[in-house]
Design a protein around this ligand. Structure first.
Ligand SMILES: [Zn+2]
Ligand SMILES: [Zn+2]
Length: 277
């Protein structure tokens, strides 16, 4: 393993609901989950349905290494894989879970354990056998993961709130920004701060500029705004995530064409994509 490698793997790029079928085959249908490898440290951002397959991969891999799961918020499409994430059931694994304030909940631990109880899931809140540590982080916080990774947080504009992350390692930076709504004609200063001169950022591209007025208040943004932010923040590559369930491959291909015309290196993110920065 390259100790300097900074690698991002997309396990779920769908927003709102998982989908399946031939119309989605090339983009994939799992909900939000991104793996971030910084040298030999693994961070996971969000635990939508994509996290199940990631968990399967992680079983048997050096279980003495702590694992770190960052949650943007606790809407279903970001947490519905949690009951099926294998590392939570391995006693040798230390797992750290981090989240910003979760509206309507006493905090990160309360929320995660709540998902495992009846009537949602028939097992009970003490079911995890890993060495679990829960961390409530602030909305404008900075914390350290291991010796060499720094994580910055910022609040996003989403019903009930959500947290954006910027991960810095080995002189490079990656930002994760979903779910969030922008005000037309105005850049969100919190988002600009997260993506400022970063090497790669993922952005909530649920909607298009044309669709946005119809969905005001839903807490989502557009690929056009992602590209404007990219320019304004002198950021590197943008990858569009949170594809809505009705976005079939053909439509996402046309979004890709629009994105490529504006910025050749930016792309629609699809399940299985791996990017090194
Ligand atoms: Zn979402
Ligand atoms: Zn949400």
């Amino acid at each position: 393993m390259n100790k300097d490698a900074f690698k991002i793997t997309f396990w779920g790029t769908r927003g709102t609901l998982p989908v399946s079928g031939p119309n989605y085959a090339r983009t994939g249908g799992n909900t939000n989950c991104v793996e971030v490898n910084c040298g030999d440290t693994t961070l996971v951002i969000d635990a939508g349905t994509g996290v199940r397959e990631l968990g399967t991969k992680l079983v048997g891999q050096d279980e003495s290494r702590p694992l770190h799961l960052l949650l943007s918020h606790a809407h279903y499409d970001h947490v519905e894989g949690i009951p099926f994430f294998a590392p939570f059931f391995i006693p040798e694994r230390q797992v750290n879970i981090y989240s910003g304030p979760l509206d309507g909940s006493a905090g990160c631990e309360d929320t995660i354990k709540g998902l495992m109880q009846r009537p949602f899931f028939p097992v009970g809140k003490e079911v995890f056998t890993a060495d679990m540590h829960y961390h409530d982080v602030g909305v404008r916080d900075t914390f350290q993961v291991g010796n060499s990774i720094r994580v910055h947080t910022a609040p996003l504009n989403h019903p009930g709130g959500a947290t954006g992350f910027r991960i810095e390692f080995n002189g490079k930076s990656f930002a994760y920004v979903t779910d969030t709504e922008h005000e037309p004609g105005k850049h969100d200063e919190n988002v600009l701060g997260l993506i400022e001169a970063c090497d790669l950022f993922v952005y909530d591209c649920s909607l298009t500029d044309q669709e946005l007025p119809e969905f005001t208040g839903y807490g989502h943004s557009t690929h056009e705004e992602g590209l404007r932010l990219q320019k304004a923040a002198s950021a590197g590559r943008m990858m569009a995530v949170h594809h809505l369930p009705f976005r079939i491959d053909a439509q996402l291909d046309s979004f890709q064409e629009q994105i490529s015309r504006c910025c050749p290196k930016s792309t629609i993110a699809r399940d299985g994509d791996v990017v090194e920065i």
